[in-house]
Write a protein that binds this ligand. Structure first.
Ligand SMILES: [Zn+2]
Length: 420
């Protein structure tokens, strides 16, 4: 059993058989470019057509006739193709089929949300040029630096060296971001049974000022490139808002802004991969917080900063990397007061504002960096009381006052993740 995560590139089938995705930038010629655009258009059309039909059925019919599924919808759409939508013949039949499958999944998620009380929005109509993408299955293979796609043909790949992969190609998702086309190839791979890692347990506190603080005192700062680009992003979006609607200059400004978004996304992704690989490869157990991100997003000032740190992405990467490398991932319960609790004496503060960067304990006099205190609390969750030796670690760090800083040295123009 497995689930395809719409945002995710990896998902675990069982401990030995994993699906990995390899993403490359395509270098299509003009003919291929328009074919890609056409496929994305057909996929979007099928999705919107399917959504409209589902809404209509629900409103007009009774009982079970109010519902349909991806297969029924695909049959119906095929029967209409000849008379009403002949332009769909120029494109692989997979594109509309997979779009209808995605729609079915979106409805399943929505209904599950209603049952469990989680808020998952009603499927929305897709807009033109917003997240253009489509998925293909069937005969897909690499030929040197080209990838063969059904109906579209062989497209050159921009990367010089392709990442090595074994296993069977399941599908490809082609997507456009800021006038660039990417292909993400999902492969089913068998991985070796990982041997348990003998390293220490580590608590990780994800922050806003710093990317992550580890309970052993290691700090991962946010990459500087990110801050610089965010400043640039602001400038670009201001410049866009001044351009006249419908003008050529506005289109240009729009593209520049989209490119900057893409760069920021790449930097963030790259940094998180380095952090999660380091954690999963060299620690027997990793303890993280179960952050209620959606709750924190309501605070608008914090929202951007949190989104930048990419908490969801962090946990997602850790989950599959721990499976790969044989480490354990512990998630502390949501109610665990990791920031407010003193890591030496266990005293719990009633209030701790976000601006307080240092934890001062009024019970035992502990003064320690706020994030380090949280990380120490987290690692203590997973250790038995005897091994915990409350406070030992903190005292050691305070004496040495030596906190190592891990540089995540981000390349200037990192590639989209290549199956790290
Ligand atoms: Zn204390």
């Amino acid at each position: 059993m497995y689930a395809l995560l719409s945002s995710g590139q990896y998902y675990v089938l069982n401990p030995m058989l994993v699906n990995k995705a390899y993403k490359y930038e395509l270098d299509p010629n003009n003919h291929q470019r328009s074919s890609l655009q056409h496929h994305a258009g057909v996929a979007r059309f099928a999705y919107n057509w399917g959504l409209e039909q589902r809404i209509k059925l629900y409103k007009t019919n009774q009982g079970n006739d109010r519902f349909t599924d991806a297969m029924k919808q695909h049959k119906l759409l095929n029967s209409l193709k000849k008379s009403q939508y002949p332009w769909m013949y120029h494109c692989s039949k997979c594109a509309p089929q997979e779009a209808l499958r995605d729609l079915h999944q979106a409805f399943k998620n929505f209904y599950r949300g209603l049952k469990t009380g989680k808020h998952i929005g009603f499927p929305r109509f897709k807009r033109k040029s917003v997240n253009d993408s489509f998925r293909l299955t069937g005969t897909i293979r690499f030929e040197g630096r080209r990838i063969q796609l059904p109906r579209i043909g062989k497209i050159r790949i921009k990367e010089q060296r392709l990442s090595y992969y074994r296993g069977r190609i399941l599908s490809v998702t082609v997507s456009r971001r800021a006038s660039k086309w990417f292909v993400s190839v999902t492969v089913e791979e068998e991985i070796e049974d990982p041997k348990p890692i003998s390293g220490h347990a580590v608590g990780v506190d994800l922050g806003i000022k710093t990317l992550a603080t580890l309970s052993d005192g290691t700090i991962f700062p946010n990459p500087r490139a990110l801050g610089r680009r965010i400043a640039k992003l602001r400038k670009l979006s201001r410049s866009l808002s001044r351009k006249q609607k419908g003008s050529k200059n506005r289109e240009k400004a729009k593209l520049r802004l989209a490119r900057m978004h893409l760069k920021i996304f790449n930097v963030r992704h790259d940094t998180l991969h380095k952090l999660t690989t380091y954690l999963a490869k060299s620690h027997s157990r990793i303890v993280i917080e179960d952050l209620c991100v959606s709750g924190m997003m309501k605070n608008r000032r914090l929202a951007r900063a949190i989104a930048d740190v990419g908490m969801f992405e962090f946990r997602r990467q850790l989950e599959y990397k721990c499976t790969w490398y044989g480490s354990e991932l512990h998630v502390a319960p949501r109610t665990f007061p990791s920031s407010k609790r003193c890591s030496v004496c266990g005293h719990k503060k009633k209030e701790l504002s976000l601006s307080e960067r240092e934890y001062n304990c009024e019970e035992c006099g502990l003064r320690v960096d706020r994030d380090l205190n949280a990380a120490l609390n987290l690692v203590a969750v997973s250790l038995p009381e005897t091994q915990n030796a409350r406070g030992e670690d903190v005292r050691r760090y305070r004496q040495s006052s030596e906190i190592s800083i891990m540089q995540t040295s981000v390349k200037q123009e990192p590639n989209i993740d290549q199956g790290l």
